[in-house]
Design a protein around this ligand. Structure first.
Ligand code: ATP
Ligand code: MG
Length: 259
């Protein structure tokens, strides 16, 4: 069965999509079957996976509304080596349309049931909000991955996120855990970043990934070519750091299974 990981942080522009896309490509290149879910109406993960989001007739929106199933919605990232449930602006309507519905928090979980056996990892790229879409992601995930820029306001926002995760765990998904905080866009020369990084380690301990993703222009350029960094510039520091993080994830999962 797939391990389902929600990549989330309600703060915008912190590297959620970059992490989701590059982890998907890296896990795939390490031989794992991967499904990436774009759960953001911005559709950035869709574009970065090499899929034109404008023309799509079937998206994750239709899965949430139960008019289509995973096999109808999923597409293959042409170069990424993984499957994708794409999204576009249609998804913005889901929030409003689902608000009156029963079991609205469970739509994604129910939609994925039929496909969980096809994958080793399912990664969910969340929108920058603690809204119903994010609640759907947290309700179906086994674990959360939180990308963080090591700056002061990031620590402030983290408390809200951790509280939300606790609430979802109590009400909707008792098994939910935080698999880790990953430091991204990291600049080693910046002493504030070092301080924040130390605070994160003090608070989250072993839940901080050993891998640190540096600020690397290749990671920012790759999406405009519709490619994960691994396919755009495999040797770049950005691509290599996500490959290392993917290996950490695999070791963690296989360690859990054996231990
Ligand atoms: P949103 O909240 O809007 O969904 P996000 O959290 O998904 O944003 P990204 O889109 O992944 O964040 O990243 C924000 C911007 O920073 C993008 O332009 C991306 O290319 C760039 N970026 C992300 N990670 C890195 C990095 N390690 N080095 C350089 N640029 C990066
Ligand atoms: Mg994003």
């Amino acid at each position: 069965m797939a391990r389902i990981l929600a990549i989330t942080n309600q703060k915008g522009g912190v590297g959620k999509t970059t992490s989701a896309v590059n982890l998907a490509a890296s896990l795939a290149s390490l031989g794992r079957n991967v499904l990436l879910i774009d759960l953001d109406p911005q559709g950035n993960a869709t574009t970065a996976s090499g899929i034109d989001k404008q023309g799509l007739k079937k998206t994750v929106y239709h899965l949430l509304l139960r008019t289509e199933s995973v096999v109808d919605v999923r597409v293959r990232s042409p170069e990424g080596g993984y499957d994708l449930l794409p999204a576009n602006r249609d998804l913005a309507g889901a929030e409003v349309e689902l608000v009156q519905e029963k079991e609205r928090e469970f739509r994604l979980r129910q939609g994925l049931e039929s496909a969980a056996g096809d994958y080793d990892f399912i990664l969910i790229d969340c929108p920058p909000a603690l809204n119903l879409l994010t609640v759907n992601a947290l309700t179906c995930a086994h674990a959360v991955i939180i990308p963080m820029q090591c700056e002061y306001f990031a620590i402030e926002g983290l408390a809200d996120l951790v509280n939300t995760i606790k609430k979802i765990k109590a009400r909707l998904n008792p098994g939910l855990v935080i698999d880790g905080v990953v430091r991204v866009m990291f600049d080693t020369r910046n002493t504030l970043a070092q301080n924040v990084s130390d605070q994160l380690k003090a608070h989250f301990g072993a839940k901080v990934f050993d891998t640190v993703v540096p600020r690397n222009v290749r990671l920012a350029e790759a999406p405009s070519h519709g490619l994960p960094a691994l396919q755009y510039d495999r040797a770049s520091k950005g691509a290599q750091s996500y490959l290392q993080m993917a290996q950490e994830l695999i070791d963690k999962q296989e360690g859990n299974r054996n231990g």
